[in-house]
Design a protein around this ligand. Structure first.
Ligand SMILES: [Zn+2]
Ligand SMILES: [Zn+2]
Length: 280
C-alpha cells in the first residue's frame, strides 16, 4: 500500500495547521506523497473557503514546499472545488485549475435559504432540515435527488479526476433520522449518479473525514454504496480529508482492508509521472 493522501486542509481554509506542518506530519508517518487541497474560492463569504486574495500565496507556498521537501516526499498542489447549484464551476477563476496538479470536485452547497444565504448539506442536521424546508418545500426526497443530480452534472460536464465524498449528504443523517439510506428511491438516486461517474472516468474517493471528526462511524461512501462502485468498475482513491496534522492517516489502513474485502485490486494514485492505478 502506498501511503498517500490527496485530501488535506490547512489554515488557508478550515484546517488547523499550516502547509508545512501537514507535510512534516506526512513525512513523519512515512508517506510517499501528500496533496494539499484547500477548499477553493466561492463567490460569497464563508468561514471555510480560501479567500480569493490568498490564492497566489497558497500556490507559491505549496510550490516552495515541493522543492524544499523533494528528497523526502512528493508534494502535490491541489484544491477541493465547490460545484454550486446553477453556477457549477462558473465561479472558479479563469486559469486556476491549470495552475494546480489536480482538483477534487465536491458538492457541499445545495440551495439558498429564504434569507438569501447558501446552505450546505454537511454543516448540521438543523441546517440540512431548514435548507430542505426553504429550498425544496420540505421535500426530502427531492433535495437528496437534487444533491446526487448535481454530482452527476459535475461529473458529466467536467470529469474531475477525483469526486469528493460522494454521499456527503448522509453526514448529519444520524440513524437515518432525515431520510432512509436503504430505501429504494435513495439507492436508485445513488446508482444513477454512479452511472454518470462511471461514464466520466472520474475516481470516487473513500474518505474518512467524518470519522476523524466524530460525525459518522462509517466512511464515505457507505459500504453498501462502495459495493456498487466496485460492481460498476469505478476506480477509487483513498483519502482522510484531514483538517489536522494528526488526522493525516486517520483510518487509512482500515480503508485499504475494506477496499480489498470489497474486491478492489487497485487504487488510483497521483505520482511524479501522473495518475496511476496502483495494485493494492
Ligand atoms: Zn469536502
Ligand atoms: Zn475536504
Amino acid at each position: 500500500m502506498r501511503l498517500t493522501n490527496l485530501h488535506t486542509h490547512t489554515t488557508y481554509c478550515d484546517g488547523s495547521c499550516g502547509v508545512e506542518v501537514m507535510i512534516q506530519s506526512a513525512i513523519k508517518k512515512n508517506f510517499k506523497s501528500i496533496g494539499i487541497s484547500s477548499h477553493g474560492p466561492v463567490p460569497f463569504d464563508t468561514s471555510w473557503n480560501i479567500d480569493r486574495g490568498r490564492i497566489e500565496n497558497y500556490i507559491e507556498e505549496v510550490s516552495a514546499m515541493k522543492v524544499k521537501y523533494k528528497n523526502e516526499i512528493d508534494v502535490f498542489l491541489g484544491m477541493e472545488l465547490d460545484y454550486i447549484p446553477e453556477i457549477g464551476f462558473g465561479h472558479i477563476l479563469e486559469g486556476l485549475t491549470d495552475k494546480l496538479d489536480y482538483y477534487i470536485g465536491s458538492v457541499h452547497f445545495l440551495g439558498t435559504m429564504k434569507n438569501g444565504t447558501m446552505w450546505t448539506v454537511d454543516y448540521s442536521s438543523d441546517e440540512l432540515v431548514a435548507g430542505i424546508d426553504d429550498s425544496f418545500n420540505g421535500n426530502v426526497r427531492s433535495a437528496v435527488e437534487s444533491y446526487y443530480g448535481l454530482i452527476s452534472e459535475m461529473a458529466e460536464r467536467y470529469r474531475p479526476t477525483v469526486i469528493g465524498h460522494v454521499d456527503l449528504i448522509k453526514k448529519t443523517n444520524k440513524n437515518n433520522a432525515i431520510f432512509n439510506e436503504h430505501e429504494d428511491w435513495y439507492i436508485n438516486a445513488v446508482e444513477k449518479c454512479l452511472d454518470s461517474i462511471k461514464s466520466s472516468g472520474s475516481a470516487i474517493e473513500i474518505n474518512t473525514g467524518a470519522i476523524a471528526r466524530g460525525y459518522t462511524k462509517e466512511q464515505y461512501p457507505s459500504t453498501h454504496i462502495l459495493r456498487t462502485v466496485k460492481e460498476k468498475g469505478i476506480p477509487i482513491t483513498i483519502n482522510s480529508d484531514a483538517h489536522t496534522a494528526e488526522g493525516i492517516d486517520c483510518k487509512l489502513a482500515e480503508m485499504y482492508v475494506l477496499a480489498i474485502s470489497t474486491g478492489f485490486k487497485s487504487v488510483r494514485c497521483l505520482g511524479s509521472n501522473g495518475w496511476v492505478d496502483e495494485e493494492i
